[in-house]
Every structure is written in C-alpha cells, then in structure tokens.
Design a protein around this ligand. Sequence first.
Ligand code: ASP
Length: 345
Amino acid sequence: MSADIPLLPFEQGRHLLSVLQFDRQGLQALLNLAKAVDPIAKRQAVCTVLDGAMLCSLFFEPSTRTRLSFESAFLRLGGEVTTTTGFTFSSMAKGESIHDTARVVSGYSDVLVVRHPEEGSVAQFAAASTVPVVNAGDGTGEHPSQALLDVYTLESELGARGKSVDGCTIAILGDLKYGRTVHSLMKMLSLYEHVSFRLFAPPSLELPQSVADYAQARGHSVTVLDTVVEAVSSADVVYATRVQRERMTEELAQANAKGDLLNRAMLAEADNLGVVIMHPLPRDSRPDAYDLSTDVDDLPGLSIFKQTDNGLNVRMAIFLTTLGVGLDAVTLTTKQRPWKATLRP
Ligand code: ASP
C-alpha cells in the first residue's frame, strides 16, 4: 500500500484499502451489519436508503463476481451505478494518470470501487479522490472485501457445525505467492485466536514469508506441508485457490498445468470428505488447470457459492459503513417486495 494513505480504522468517510484497517471489534461490527441486511441481499425486502447516491466502479482487470456484486449491492440499497471496464475504454488508454482519473471520476460519484493490476495503485486512486474508495483488488496486494466475505462465510459455516473461527484449522492450497485473497485472508484471520494454517503450494508459488511472519507474530501456527492430503487431513476448512496465470511467466504457468489441485479422491484419502470447502473463485475449469475439481461439488461442505452469495451482504455493509448509514435508516427505507423471483419447482 502507498505510504501516502494512512490505514485508519474503516468507518464513515474512510477508504477501504486493506484488511489492516480492522481490529476484531470493527470486523465484528461489519459482519453484524452484513448479517442484518440479509433480507435485502436475499431480495425478500426492497431498500431505498441510498436513493440519489452514485457508485462508480472502475475495473482495470477482469472480474465477474466482484464487480457485479459490488454493483448489485449498491443497486439493492437503492443507489445508482456507473462503470468502466478495462484500460481500452477509459482515457487511461490516452495516457491519463491515476491521479487525474480519480479526481475526475470522484466528481461524478459518492463512492468509487477500483480494481487495478498494480499493487498500491488503488491507494493512489484514494489519494486523489474526493470520495471514499474501496479496493477491489490491487495486483498481488490485497482484496479486503474478499477477505471479509471469506470470514463471514467461515463464521457461518463453522458456527453451523458447532465450531468457531477461533481455534480453527484451515488448509490453504494453491498459488499462495500471487493469490492476493490468501494474503488478505491470513492477515484478517490473524485477528482471531489460535488459528492453525496448514499450507500447500507447488514449487515457486509458496506464500511470501512476510505473510507467514505476520500470522506467527500474532500467535498463530503456520505449517507448510508436502502434499495436499497432509494439508487437508484434520482441517476444519480447506481454501483452494487458482494459479494466477496472468501474473507469471508462460514457463511457470506451464509448469503448473497438471491435473487437479484438490479432488474428491484426495479428500477421501485424507479421511475428510465433510470438510468445509472454500475458494475465492473463479475456479479454472479447463483441463489440467490445477484447480479445485468439480467432483467435490455434491459434498456437504461445499461452500463456494455461499461465499459468492455472502459477497452481497458484505459489500452492502461496506457501502453503508463508508457512507455513514445506520441500521435505523435502512429499516425505515425497507419494505417487503411485492414480486417473486423464485423458479417454480
Ligand atoms: N477473484 C479473486 C481475485 O480477484 C481470485 C482469483 O482471481 O483467482 O483475486
């Protein structure tokens, strides 16, 4: 993150750039808010609390769920959205700087959501913006809203099994070097007590030492395992990740094009078919992509689409927080919907 932007606690009027802006209390407040807006996220109720507010989303890297869920979250709270995707269709293709782009766009909007391929770039947007900026992924840096929805999902899935995030064992697999979601998640989980991280990464894609040090310095155990089966056995949760091919050389990408990272046979061998299965998505479903196999999709712990659904709740809570909207105002502007959005069986 750029040193220009101090990482102040996330609250009304603040940018959201890093998971380091949360302490345990601030995290819990955001998760509680995310839970409270569940009827709006599930479209059982319609809310207009952000009537008149404008979100601008600027995505300079590919995205499906992050952009659409941020935009859906804003729309479901009654706001409006403008968007630009890719460098080609913005004036950055004409050489405009991050500073000028941010200053211009913040003149049209009440909040910006930005994804950009360079680490620290979203903090540069924030430094020039006149409205709050939310980091939707800055290169290999951070992805704070993903970590928030991951933790929200961990709380609900482990809670439903009579377990807690404090003291849990989580296996984290795959590209731990370039995967920004892993870096953000491990730092955010470091706010809890006694988490055991069991890591497996292929050669050259190991976790940066600084992230392991961060967790260990806060009392958590970080164990690197030689195989996926060893990492997963005894875990409460497995968090699989995609090889970030866009961030590496073709040679390294090729070296990591081999079979499955995690499949049903491995979970069976680890005697852990009931484990909670998470993934930030997208899952690379091409042959030999070295990712999570679809043969785990009917297992009871599969939570990957719960994560994507929970993303709406968490992103609503982010907007409500930075725009200073309390639950009272949400309740006052919420009504039951008169329509149905369910398929007949
Ligand atoms: N969607 C996540 C991200 O933007 C994970 C991924 O792309 O593999 O970082």
